[in-house]
Design a protein around this ligand. Sequence first.
Ligand SMILES: Nc1ncnc2c1ncn2[C@@H]1O[C@H](COP(=O)(O)OP(=O)(O)OP(=O)(O)O)[C@@H](O)[C@H]1O
Length: 331
Amino acid sequence: MAEVTLEGISKAFGKTQAVSDITMTIADGAFVVLLGPTGAGKTTTLRLISGLEKLDKGQITIGGRNVGTETPAQRDVAMVFQQYSLYPHMTVRDNLAFPLRSPILKTPEAEVTEKVRRIAEVLQIPHKLDNKATELSGGEMQRVSIGRALVRDPSIYLMDEPLSSLDAKLRADLRVELKRIHADLGSTLLYVTHDQIEAMTMATHIGVLEEGRLVQYGTPREVYENPASIYVASRLGSPRINVLPSDLFAGSHKGPLIGLRPENIREGSEGVEARVIRSEHLGDQTRLHLELRGHAITTVIDAHEDYTADTTIKISPQAPLYFSADGARIF
Ligand SMILES: Nc1ncnc2c1ncn2[C@@H]1O[C@H](COP(=O)(O)OP(=O)(O)OP(=O)(O)O)[C@@H](O)[C@H]1O
């Protein structure tokens, strides 16, 4: 495993600046998640590191080596794509063993057998080892794809939304597995997702991308609690942060816009009056949709509490974040 550094890297496709002057260090053993909406430059960043795309500008090092002139194979990275990429005519066992049998690695067969067995167990597919890849469900194929990366011991794993095609239960199971594998192997991982739950639960660090630029890089907690902008604040947290004119609430304010996470709106005997539009029961919590002088607000309350529509309640802000009119964080 190795530290990976990106120093001022940029890449354009025609007029589209896909990646713009990104500088970041992925520490040895870190689990870094790149988060951003579609088109933000996440996949291009992975492809630049793996050597599948060529840099326009900047430098990438892996384990202290400038990899600018190295081929993808020489860079020693293992990549997992959103869509499975298996050899259909081979069995699951041979698909998993394939990377280990490469001319570069030439792993002894006994070690291949042992590694394949272990990975198949982690991915809950030992009973499928002798099936052809084409005889698997989509979810199973994707697990084999992930397994093909995990059997190796590369400098870094690059994963591009590897769980997005799986159903919710398998996704939740594999989130836990990936986190455990990361802890056990001490591997370095760069992981791309749209999914904020994956980002919050698995990452040691989150990098938020906006139109090819890295706009914040920190621990999940730092990014959640101390976002640099409305854009960053809106990437994490469900329901989303409420961004409202500050003057809806009494008191002195440190900026024109106030950002309130749903859990930071207290309802009680004090505060401004808001009207309940509806409540949604999610089992472990209740979401309350409110209206305050024409603005929609979402808050969360205890699962057992309830309010009927058109009730008036009083709310007051806790731990407010303040933003300028253009969305930059002020306080
Ligand atoms: N090979 C290419 N040719 C032309 N434009 C490209 C190419 N690859 C990416 N782009 C453009 O570069 C920008 C960044 O794309 P990229 O795939 O890195 O985004 P992303 O954040 O991974 O998005 P998604 O979440 O949809 O995968 C987009 O505007 C995309 O259309």
